[in-house]
Design a protein around this ligand. Sequence first.
Ligand code: T3D
Length: 291
Amino acid sequence: MASFADCGEMPPVEQIASNSVSEAAIPQNATGSGDVLLSHAGGIYRLTLNRPQRLNAFTRDMLTALSDMLADIAADKNARVLVISGAGRAFSAGQDLTDKGAVEDGRSCRTTVERCYNPVIRQLHSLDLPVIAAVHGVAAGAGMSLALACDFVIAADNAMFDIAFARIGLIPDAGGTHQLQRLLGPARARAMSMLGEKIAAPEAVNLGLIYRAVPEAELAADVEALAARLAQAPTKALALMKQAFHAGDHHSLEQQLALEAELQSEAADTEDFAEGVAAFLGKRAPKFKGL
Ligand code: T3D
């Protein structure tokens, strides 16, 4: 894996200007470089993309910070769920097109994609816990790709998914071509990508692109309820499901049957499986510890 240090220098720790972000979107005990904030409580981690003046467009520094934070979350054995959201009026407008050096030419773009975006997408895929993207406003370009790399995408019903790349002469990256083709099917994925289409959240639900859309005023509470529910779930089994679904993208039925047998034996060795069966037989609700 590429060294994250090559992706960009970390900015100095900054004070967060209290009037520069949507206060409600920022967790109270958040830490971070300023452009990405991290907080956690009760096994629930929250990452907030925090460049609201640029609609949370990604710089290389921001992606480095995000990657470092994802590594910290992956190392925490008590982590049960991750929620990613954006401060201000959008989830993310994708690559910051003013980030000098990141989008100058083919060489710089390749470096940015390989060293900054790809590690983050791989980390989201391999994180052993469910990840929720809470999308409001717009998720454009790589911002959309990042949301689609999460296990659950819940959007405000007035949110927009914007496959912006074609409008500036680029291709969907950060896993975009992979996810769009898988979720929408090849015909729609190609047409929508080539036309640089915007997809409203309710249509995104109908197309199978995202999990659900809720009224904007209910988004935070809806995401909170899902995060709380997932924080009580058998986390190891969920992580094994994630592995199985990712592998299913390229496996034959025979390969997948073999993998399921292997992963099921791992699930059956967890404390949570023993608890699940004991709870069923005892006619009570299970108390899963994620172990
Ligand atoms: O090497 C590599 O990095 C390659 C990787 C590429 C990955 C990508 O993500 S490519 C796609 C990049 N994203 C875009 O092309 C989207 C550009 N943005 C837009 O099309 C629109 O801003 C939106 C549709 C997302 C939202 O429109 P609207 O009308 O709600 O907002 P706005 O007025 O356009 O934007 C508000 C401000 O954010 C504005 O700044 P200003 O004028 O107030 O000073 C705008 O310039 C800025 N902004 C929005 N998106 C970006 C951005 N600044 C830098 N980069 C952006 N992507």
